[in-house]
Design a protein around this ligand. Structure first.
Ligand SMILES: Nc1ncnc2c1ncn2[C@@H]1O[C@H](COP(=O)(O)OP(=O)(O)OP(=O)(O)O)[C@@H](O)[C@H]1O
Ligand SMILES: [Mg+2]
Length: 522
């Protein structure tokens, strides 16, 4: 029978289950958390990860209370002390490798040797040359390339870390890979304008540096939210619904341009506001509306006008009459589209992101059900997800992000939530992200929150997080066969989210100033 490794590092002791074994390590071996090990279970090799680790000494048992005893033992005979030390760990077995990969079914027997997982085995698991594989980094400690299965991104992803941990770099690596290797479609909602074109050639990337929505594409529901019309303002809502439908009919008949629907609505309501109650019907006939306007009750028309003015004031920069309407021309299939939201306030960003999330989901649903729609599966990345999909507030984006979290998979819409404040993220949306890339995270409450949303992260795996370096990440979820601790590749994109070297800028600025002074006064 073929061996499951070459470099033996320990032995299985105690009781094993197919999932877990206790391992005693050989003297002198320096085990560390996250180490990949292999052994044999029945006629399969199994691969596992070291998840718990403790050291002890028979000479220095737990109950010892006398410091002098410890001192005399430690100074007495160093080699004895060395001999009596042990290193014990708990390994979680994750895959059995025979013909293909499967969940381990048999326990590793006590007394079985445990090996450092051979690179060939690790490669088979982490760098399979299978469909959907995308390399994102290298296994820490082993150097083996690690990839994710991009098909599983339709089960969504969370990219979490402290600020500067390497989230945007990670998003860049994945987004670029999807576009370059698969000709896939990616949209990034970029709150700080840090992505640019990710260094992709011009025909592969489109950056909307001033994001837009054509007023015609707004749904009635969106307009109600943007105008902040309260749910109990029935008269205003009735009037708006009527005029909005009339406006869209006029567009269909070619009488007004699509981008003019809000102006049309305002014009009509202005007239309506000035009418005597009894004259509404004759006015409607004169204007050849297709449906009857609602009867006038009070000052709902004035109220609605104010609210539409507010919409124009708050979202005027975004609601552009000449903006394209077709989703295909705004988010082009097979390319990267970056919405640079840095020029907008939170409300504007919320309006843009929610609008496009809604259209992506509904148009993909139409396509899958055979009724036109958007032809390409798509992955959307949302930066600052705790702002747009927050825990305790309701935003427009939160509604559609939750819908995508629940339904996107069926329609080929994957969502990646990026955040440095995980505990401010909506817990429902977070727990729907089946995949996680967690870079350095130090705040215990954040770590706890993420653990609560993902049963795969044990206490010991979580204890790795604070010690990770920039760009080092724990990958878990269905997009990787095994949890992996990975150094993510550096993404070759232009703009950098790195710290600004302030002292250098100060020195440069003051020497520039000195230069000016010297020039002037010689
Ligand atoms: N895998 C990596 N290899 C090398 N450098 C990296 C890696 N990941 C990130 N960096 C560098 O670290 C810095 C911060 O990375 P990045 O902007 O991706 O962090 P972030 O988590 O998005 O930060 P923020 O919270 O500010 O948005 C950048 O200068 C980036 O180039
Ligand atoms: Mg970032």
């Amino acid at each position: 029978m073929e061996s499951c490794g070459e470099h033996r590092i320990g032995w299985v002791v105690g009781e094993s289950s197919p999932r877990e074994s206790l391992v005693i390590f050989e003297k002198g071996f320096r085990a560390r958390l996250g180490l990949y090990v292999s052994s044999r279970a029945g006629d399969m090799c199994v691969l596992g990860m070291l998840e718990r680790l403790s050291a002890g000494s028979h000479l220095l048992p737990q109950g010892l209370t006398e410091a002098e005893v410890v001192e005399s033992v430690s100074t007495y005979d160093h080699s004895l002390l060395e001999r009596e030390r042990y290193l014990r760990g708990s390994v979680r077995w994750i895959v059995a490798i025979g013909e293909g990969h499967s969940v381990p079914q048999e326990p590793v027997m006590p007394g079985s040797p445990v090996y450092e997982a051979p690179a060939s085995l690790l490669k088979e698991v982490f760098s399979p040359e299978s469909e959907g594989y995308l390399e994102v980094g290298r296994l820490i400690g082993a150097g083996v390339p690690v990839g994710i299965n991009v098909d599983k991104l339709a089960r969504h992803l969370a990219i979490l870390a402290v600020t500067g941990g390497g989230k945007s770099n990670t998003a860049c690596v994945i987004a670029r890979g999807i576009v370059e290797n698969y000709g896939g479609t990616v949209a990034i909602f970029d709150m700080h304008g840090e992505y640019g074109d990710l260094g992709l050639p011009g025909d592969k990337a489109v950056v909307h540096s001033t994001p837009f929505i054509n007023p015609y594409s707004i749904s009635l529901r969106e307009l109600v939210r943007l105008a902040r019309i309260p749910e109990n303002a029935h008269n205003q809502l009735r009037l708006l619904r009527w005029v909005w439908n009339e406006a869209r009919r006029r567009v269909a008949k070619g009488e007004i341009r699509p981008g003019e629907v809000i102006d049309f609505a305002k014009r009509v309501i202005e007239e309506y506001a000035g009418l005597d109650k009894k004259l509404v019907n004759s006015w409607a006939q004169r204007n050849e509306f297709e449906t009857r306007p609602p009867a006038k009750r009070g000052d709902e028309a004035e109220g609605l006008l104010n609210r539409l003015d507010d919409v124009i004031e708050s979202y005027g920069d975004v609601l552009r009459k000449d903006a394209p309407i077709d989703l295909d021309s705004i988010i082009q299939p097979g390319r990267l589209t970056v919405f640079d939201l840095s020029g907008l306030d939170e409300e504007g960003a919320d309006a843009v992101v929610s609008h496009y999330l809604r259209r992506i989901l509904t148009e993909r649903r139409d396509y899958v059900r055979g009724g036109g729609g958007y032809s390409s599966p798509i992955i959307v990345f949302i930066e600052e997800a705790h702002v747009l999909v927050p825990k305790d507030e309701s935003t427009l984006t939160k509604y559609w992000a939750s819908r995508i979290a629940k339904e996107g998979r069926k329609f080929g819409v994957g969502m990646a939530l990026i955040s440095q404040r995980p505990r401010k993220l909506d817990p429902d949306a977070l727990s729907q992200t089946n995949n996680k890339i967690i870079l350095r995270m130090v705040e215990p409450r954040d770590i706890e929150y993420v653990r609560a949303a993902s049963e795969e992260i044990g206490e010991d795996l979580a204890s790795l997080l604070p010690s990770l370096d920039t760009g080092e990440a724990l990958l878990i979820g269905s997009f990787t066969k095994l949890p992996a601790v990975v150094k993510i590749h550096k993404c070759p994109y232009k703009k950098s989210g790195g710290d600004i070297p302030v002292s250098r800028e100060w020195i440069e600025a003051s020497s520039r100033e000195r230069g000016i002074v010297e020039e002037a006064f010689g």
